[in-house]
Design a protein around this ligand. Sequence first.
Ligand SMILES: [Mg+2]
Length: 127
Amino acid sequence: MEKHILFVDDSPTMRSSVSFCLRNAGYRVTEAVDGEDGVEKVQSMEEKGESLSLIITDINMPKMDGVGFISKVKETEFKFVPILVLTTVAEESVIKKGRDAGASGWLMKPFQPEQLLWAIKKVVWPK
Ligand SMILES: [Mg+2]
């Protein structure tokens, strides 16, 4: 089955570089520009009955931040989809909030392609 990843980040540069890396590695990628847009994308996937293998999200975003977005995803049928956070935020309190909301992993920017692909394999397909 096709591996479909939702990537949520308000930076156009991040969106294009991360998406390029993921598509290059053979993943199908849907992009969202902030948490609110991410929730809309998730709802539309639910309606269309699409599959989703993984979500990667930023934390600092306008309208709805990554922690708020993660909490919303947990109210949908995609609640068991692993969520990786990719962020500049290293504060323990925020990491804890993300973990409590349901994040599966935390990666620090700057974005390292090999590290991201390794983390994806680790979280999504552990065997
Ligand atoms: Mg951001």
